[in-house]
Design a protein around this ligand. Structure first.
Ligand code: MG
Length: 239
């Protein structure tokens, strides 16, 4: 079959899954931004984020979480203040050890590109593009990615078909000629298959139960290690 592109999810896929204490990520922000009220502010941020993800999930991606900045702004935080920038830096430092790329990612992307395939990323994320770009540059993947779509910049999110269409449009490929690789059965596998992509599942993420909607999908293949994607794609292309 003709395959022109391989599109990857980010968290739990190009970057291995980590269990994160989501209150702590906000506490490290709040203890810099507003030390006397750190615990209360962290709770407000935690609740606001949870509401965004719930809305996105319950709408099957028809509404995205929006961008990180909008959470701060809605809580009256001045995102241009020195206190905010310092607190945000602490938040990103908290995340840094949890965003390291899978050690096999670079080799996989290089091999796929050597095979003539375009590489895309489609991530359900609150983070602005600049944070993701910094992570990909740190891990020396940025130059191997032809296009990336982040739902923080979009009105929709996976599994909504328009989210998948946005990355195929960026790559200028037909959905039927794409393979999608992701760790979530609903957002990634179901969504990709709905618009005609083949989907490979990375089965190691411990996705919290409240983040898993009802519904099921059967992946076209399973990659127990990221590098196995290469053999699966080559095998599909050879038939
Ligand atoms: Mg993921």
């Amino acid at each position: 079959m003709a395959i022109d592109a391989v599109i990857f999810d980010w968290g739990g896929t190009l970057t291995p899954w980590h269990d994160i204490d989501l209150f702590s990520q906000w506490y490290v922000y709040a203890e810099i931004y507003d030390p006397p009220n750190a615990r209360a502010l962290a709770q407000q941020l935690f609740d606001a984020e949870a509401d965004r993800w719930r809305l996105q999930r319950d709408s099957s991606g028809a509404m995205s979480t929006g961008a990180l900045d909008s959470i701060f702004i809605n809580l009256g935080i001045d995102t241009r203040s020195a206190a905010h920038l310092s607190a945000l830096s602490n938040y990103l430092d908290f995340w840094a050890p949890h965003t390291l790329a899978d050690p096999q990612a670079s080799e996989l992307l290089q091999q796929l590109r050597a095979d003539g395939l375009a590489i895309g990323v489609l991530s359900n994320t609150l983070w602005p593009r600049v944070h993701h770009q910094e992570v990909f540059e740190r891990d020396e993947l940025a130059h191997l990615i032809d296009a990336a779509c982040y739902t923080s910049e979009m009105d929709v999110a996976k599994p909504h078909r328009e989210a998948f269409m946005s990355i195929t449009a960026q790559l200028e490929v037909a959905p039927e000629q794409c393979v999608f690789v992701g760790d979530r059965i609903w957002d990634d596998i179901f969504g990709a298959q709905e618009i005609g992509m083949r989907a490979i599942w990375i089965p190691h993420s411990r996705v919290p139960s409240e983040q898993i909607p009802d519904g099921d999908a059967i992946p076209d293949a399973i990659a127990n290690e990221l590098i196995e994607v290469l053999g699966i794609v080559r095998q599909w292309r050879s038939v």
